[in-house]
Design a protein around this ligand. Structure first.
Ligand SMILES: NC(=O)c1ccc[n+]([C@@H]2O[C@H](COP(=O)([O-])OP(=O)(O)OC[C@H]3O[C@@H](n4cnc5c(N)ncnc54)[C@H](O)[C@@H]3O)[C@@H](O)[C@H]2O)c1
Length: 244
């Protein structure tokens, strides 16, 4: 018997990368998984491959969230698990970041997480509780050059997670943030051999499944954890190695 039998999990940005890996692992543990994305083709393919469901969901749209959650509750059941995974990156220095680009990154990476949390509160209460996993990043633990909007969005996700955990704890809803380092996905295409990985204690890029297994632990077993950060980064944020 899987660890998530009888549970309904909704994953945003599930058409590829980490979201697709999360979808496969949670489904393999018995969850009924709703893969959501703006990429219909890949999203449907992932859902079909795991025996799950696909729904179109642009995380920046309040109306779309309302429609999808209502539809899932009516046709599949109350949502027990939400993985707020959808995200985009923009490699621009702060001095030349256009306002439109800033707003796009904040809308998807931070406002999308807020809308997701707010949209599932009632269905999770009806289910007797739930778990919300928000994808932040090592960019939510420290700064990076040429990534100002992304870093701001991921620090925002980290803070929002704590505020939401405080608001929702008495409803038996846990909210946690996950902070991956470099992971091999379409988002990091071309960065696999980047020199930044060489200085990590585990000197390589991570694999999506290594994040998915942490997320499985958080939703299935981490029953006394809420509002806190879970880092999966090959040690990238532990400190500076000294060559003395
Ligand atoms: N890959 C990394 O190294 C890394 C590291 C740390 C954190 N993260 C974070 O992990 C999450 C997943 O990253 P990934 O590398 O798998 O990304 P990815 O680019 O491979 O996949 C992201 C998915 O999000 C979807 N998406 C984009 N805009 C959307 C929107 N408005 N609504 C719904 N879906 C949308 C895309 O269609 C895509 O399927 C992101 O939040 C990302 O910021 C990634």
């Amino acid at each position: 018997m899987g660890k998530l039998e009888g549970k309904v999990a909704l994953i945003t940005g599930g058409a590829m990368g980490m979201g697709a890996a999360d979808a496969a692992l949670l489904a393999s543990e018995g969850a009924t998984v709703v893969v959501t994305d703006v990429d219909e083709k890949d999203g449907n393919a992932v859902a079909a491959s795991i025996g799950g469901h696909y729904r179109h969901l642009d995380v920046t749209s309040e109306d779309n969230w309302r429609e999808v959650v209502a539809d899932v509750v009516a046709t599949i059941g109350n949502i027990d698990i939400l993985v707020n995974n959808a995200g985009v990156v923009a490699f621009t220095p702060v001095a030349t970041t256009e306002l439109a680009e800033w707003n796009r990154v904040i809308d998807i990476n931070l406002t999308g997480v807020f809308l997701g949390i707010r949209s599932v509160v009632e269905t999770m209460k009806a289910a007797g509780g739930g778990v919300i996993v928000n994808l932040s990043s090592t960019a939510g633990m420290m700064g990076y050059s040429n990534l100002s909007a992304y870093v701001a969005s991921k620090w925002g996700v980290r803070g929002l997670t704590k505020a939401a955990a405080l608001d929702l704890g008495r409803d038996n809803i846990r909210v946690v943030s996950v902070h991956p380092g470099g992971i091999r996905t379409p988002m990091t295409a071309g960065l696999e051999g980047n020199e930044m990985y060489a200085s990590q204690p585990i000197p390589r890029i991570g694999e999506p499944d290594e994040v998915a297994r942490l997320i499985l632990y958080l939703v299935a077993d981490a029953t006394f954890s809420t509002g806190t950060e879970f880092i999966v980064d090959g040690g990238a944020t532990v400190g500076q190695a000294l060559n003395v």
